[in-house]
Ligand binder design. Structure first.
Ligand SMILES: C[S@@+](CC[C@H](N)C(=O)[O-])C[C@H]1O[C@@H](n2cnc3c(N)ncnc32)[C@H](O)[C@@H]1O
Length: 235
């Protein structure tokens, strides 16, 4: 397949456009917003496609053909990367997301392509992967309401509940440990700049070398930019 260094292949772009046009934004509205879901998706769907495709192009340079990726918390924003991996690199990209309504909407839109989402805890998945994608999972304010404000420097010392915070930190550390334990070395992690600390902490604890890439890629739905971390590469 002919590819350009700056663009996804034509076949990928067509599939990405097709899937974005087939998505049921009526169902996705309440998944992403308490109110105003329709306006949210009108504003964001094109941006998801555009910015997601830029990350997918950068990711393509970092992955080998035929490997296996674990996507934790993958949703609408991850579609270009998932389609690129499958179509252009012949890789297996497994996607897990605990929001059932989103998983079902994504699977309906992806029925004609080999990309499937599973509403299963990614920590339970078996086998080895050479790429872990975990974007805006460890600082998700819905799942971690006591930890997330600290991650963003918005915590209030008067209202912080240390016991609830500690419980959420344990869950985050366990999820990171279970996912990082499945990563082959050398391997690659795609995450946000806010979540790098959790991966770095795991690497320090396990004496695994890591290198955080200097380039950041903006995302459409959450504010934090994406970066890449090389894991276990000695040079
Ligand atoms: C804030 S959303 C981020 C969605 C998407 N990555 C993005 O950046 O737009 C966090 C997602 O992580 C998922 N998630 C959290 N823990 C998970 C786990 N253990 N396994 C699979 N998905 C998980 C949630 O269900 C949710 O869909």
């Amino acid at each position: 397949m002919k590819t350009s260094c700056t663009k996804l292949a034509l076949v990928t772009r067509r599939l990405v456009n097709e899937v974005y046009s087939r998505l049921d934004y009526g169902t996705l509205g309440p998944v992403y917003c308490y109110e105003g879901g329709a306006e949210f998706w009108r504003a964001k769907r094109g941006l998801c496609n555009r910015l997601g495709s830029l990350v997918a192009v950068a990711l393509r340079r970092k992955l080998r053909r035929g490997g296996r990726s674990l996507y934790v918390g993958a949703g609408v924003a991850e579609l270009p990367a998932l389609i690129m991996e499958t179509v252009e690199l012949g890789r297996t990209a497994e996607s897990y997301n605990l929001r059932r309504a989103e998983v079902s909407a994504l699977n309906q839109a992806c029925h004609s392509i080999p990309v499937t989402f599973h509403a299963i805890d990614a920590a339970r998945v078996k086998g080895r992967f050479d790429h872990l994608w975990m974007v805006s999972v460890l600082n998700d304010p819905e799942r971690f309401p006591h930890l997330s404000p600290l991650s963003y420097g918005r915590s209030n010392p008067l209202t912080l509940d240390p016991l609830k915070f500690e419980k959420e930190r344990r869950i985050v550390r366990t999820l990171v440990a279970r996912c990082m334990g499945k990563l082959a070395r050398p391997g690659l992690v795609t995450t946000t700049t806010e979540e790098v600390i959790w991966i770095a902490e795991w690497c320090h604890r396990h004496r695994v070398p890591y290198l955080v890439g200097k380039r950041y890629y903006p995302t459409a739905l959450v504010g934090d930019p994406i970066c890449f971390i090389q894991i276990g590469k000695r040079d």
